[in-house]
Design a protein. Structure first.
Length: 338
């Protein structure tokens, strides 16, 4: 990864609000981050933390009822406010997305070759049928599909779950996008297939040079693929750092809870139950003046943490957290980390 003056993706104060019968649901609240060319940024958090809504907002795929504010810049070009025709020119070309449910995303009545060709033809209208087929075979070969010349004419149901996920990756990189968004790319896959899909993503990124936004709840996936990690809770950024500080110099209690919830081989033989963070994540309609994690946090100070907005504090270079007790959390992590 090399340094560039202009980020591949720059998100500033992104806020997404949905109207509901119970009042406004704030799914993403003033989220800011940047993604450098060639870099992989992992966004992690529990279900409902705002990860997927963030990715859909970037792609311009939210329903019309959603109110989106802030700024999303793709290589300096603002995406919020673009007309649908202009967004279609960007989607699948300069920025693309790998959806988590490959079977639902692929058309069951078209061959994978036809679907790959369509992804190319939309943005390269002058391509001939022979060129489109050749490109489809190349893409299948790039993501590790065996015998691509024959399998290009098969239908999605003739592929395994892992192979369908590879086809989704092939479709997303059909036009060599600058930014690739992978939304839970290994969901519902067994561990061996997960490793294969992650290896495909790694090789594809090396080949294309794309920046990648990796959305997942699995910190193990992040450890193996990401350069930096952004932790979200209740629609807000709570911690952001390079991979190593997130794991070994944790600064936010929520991140610490996620790490403690991971299965570990050195703890599997003592018969103890797997740790889980007590309580549940707040509803998007819940309005709290202070830290949203305070009701579940062992470090929370009543009347302080829950009384006023908690600012983001700089922990170290390129490491920040939204917490008032960063020093205590870091001390606890250093004492418990293997």
């Amino acid at each position: 990864m090399t340094e560039h003056s202009t980020p591949a993706l720059d998100v500033t104060d992104l806020t997404v609000v949905f109207p509901t019968d119970d009042g406004p649901a704030v799914s993403v609240d003033a989220l800011s981050f940047s993604l450098r060319p060639g870099e992989t940024l992992g966004i992690v958090g529990e279900s409902g933390s705002g990860k997927s809504v963030t990715s859909l907002a970037i792609m311009g795929l939210l329903p019309k009822a959603a109110k989106v504010a802030g700024s999303i810049r793709l290589a300096g070009d603002e995406l919020i406010g673009l007309k649908e025709d202009a967004l279609r020119e960007v989607r699948g070309n300069r920025i693309a997305m790998i959806f988590q449910d490959a079977l639902a995303a692929l058309n069951p009545v078209l061959t994978v070759g036809e679907q790959l060709a369509e992804a190319v033809r939309v943005h390269r209208r002058g391509c001939s049928a022979v060129e489109l087929r050749t490109r489809s075979v190349e893409l299948l070969d790039l993501v590790g599909i065996p015998s691509p010349q024959q399998r290009v004419d098969q239908y999605p149901h003739e592929f395994s779950g892992g192979m369908r996920q590879r086809i989704m990756i092939a479709m997303s990189i059909a036009n060599d996008p600058d930014v690739l968004i992978a939304d839970e790319p290994t969901t519902a896959l067994d561990v061996t297939v997960q490793a294969q899909v992650l290896d495909v993503l790694r090789r594809v990124q090396e080949r294309t040079g794309s920046a990648m936004l990796l959305i997942t709840h699995d910190l193990g996936v992040v450890a193996g693929l990401a350069d930096r990690v952004l932790v979200m809770y209740g629609g807000r950024l709570v911690e952001q750092a390079a991979v190593e500080p997130i794991f070994y110099d944790t600064a936010h209690p929520y991140t610490l809870g996620l790490l403690d919830s991971m299965p570990r081989l050195d703890r599997s033989s003592d018969g103890s139950a797997l740790y889980s963070i007590p309580g549940t994540a707040p509803a998007a309609t819940t309005v709290t003046p202070g830290c949203r994690f305070a009701p579940r946090c062992a470090y929370a100070i009543e009347g302080i943490c829950d009384a006023a907005p908690v600012p983001i504090s700089q922990v170290a270079h390129d490491h920040a957290a939204r917490c008032l007790r960063i020093d205590e959390v870091r001390m606890m992590r250093r004492g418990g980390a293997a």
